[in-house]
Design a protein around this ligand. Structure first.
Ligand SMILES: C[S@@+](CC[C@H](N)C(=O)[O-])C[C@H]1O[C@@H](n2cnc3c(N)ncnc32)[C@H](O)[C@@H]1O
Length: 280
């Protein structure tokens, strides 16, 4: 199978990924396209990569295009990834919301770009651990991603040994998972706490009720500066005034959106709307 891509073919893939997902592939990433798309081309029965890319050009956007975008976007994730935002959620954000929402008794949390589900399920476990403080509360956890395939995996709630070895404390594994064959299945009551839905962050969003907490981690870094600004402006519109936004360790709102201020939450940073301070 011909594995190397011409400039023109690389450009076709680069444009497709940018137009559909807003994800930017740097010019030097030809090798990445080759390694990620070669197995897909083989699996789809194409003679070589060129033939696959030719088919992308010749046909309207459809399942093959989606699979290519999927193969070209990073999906890496882990339970308790970067730990500090989750410590902040447990130690200050949730207890604080339990007080602030004492009358409404409802808290809405969104994991945008949730990949295979480890992030929203980490949130679900932490909520579960605070049952007493959150007694009588309705806790809604929405998890969204562009990738149908990742969402299907997430909904299934089954994880390989390697995935549970990465960041999940043993006591959570024992308490919330059951071994099924060589996989670990999250208990149904935890799976039921999370609603998974497709949402492309780069396209117009449906009507969404505002959130108290948003995890938007490790996705914005793949977007260009203009798209980051647009995204943060959209996120602002779905935040309650006193909501907390968590970004990935390599991401920030600084230089992208002045409406946010960075607040120290234990050993993590959260982002809050400046107007929240004015109303506090
Ligand atoms: C690296 S993972 C991050 C997962 C998780 N948030 C974390 O930090 O562990 C990035 C996810 O963003 C998703 N993604 C990429 N572009 C997207 C877009 N335009 N809209 C929604 N999700 C997108 C990918 O499908 C992938 O699952």
């Amino acid at each position: 199978m011909g594995l190397s891509l011409s400039e023109r073919d690389f450009d076709t893939v680069r444009r497709l990924v940018k137009e559909h997902a807003a994800v930017v592939l740097e010019p030097g990433k030809v090798y990445l396209v080759e390694t990620r798309l070669a197995p897909l081309a083989r699996g789809e029965g194409f003679f070589d990569l060129e033939e696959l890319v030719e088919c992308l050009r010749a046909t309207a956007f459809g399942p093959l295009h989606e699979r290519v975008v999927d193969a070209m976007t990073a999906h890496d994730t882990a339970f308790f990834r970067d730990i500090h935002p989750f410590e902040a959620l447990r130690n200050s954000v949730l207890p604080d919301l339990a007080r602030r929402r004492a009358h409404e008794r409802r808290i809405r949390i969104w994991c945008a770009a949730s990949s295979s589900g480890q992030e929203p399920y980490t949130v679900a476990m932490l909520v579960r651990e605070q049952l007493e403080a959150l007694e009588g509360f309705e806790i809604e956890i929405l998890a969204t991603d562009l990738s149908e395939e990742m969402l299907a995996r997430a909904r299934r709630g089954r994880f390989a040994q390697l995935e549970v070895n990465r960041g999940l404390p043993a006591r959570f594994l024992v308490k919330y998972f059951a071994k099924i064959g060589d996989e670990w299945e999250l208990r149904e009551e935890l799976r039921r706490m999370v609603e998974f839905r497709v949402l492309n962050l780069a396209k117009p969003w449906p009507e969404i009720e505002p959130f108290d907490v948003v995890f938007l981690r490790n996705v914005m870094l793949y977007f260009d500066p203009e798209m980051r600004r647009e995204l943060l402006a959209k996120v602002r519109r779905v935040l309650r005034d006193d909501a907390t936004l968590f970004l990935g360790a390599a991401e920030t709102t600084l230089h992208a959106d002045d409406a946010f201020e960075r607040v120290a939450l234990g050993r993590s940073w959260g982002y809050r709307l400046r107007r929240a301070r004015a109303n506090a």
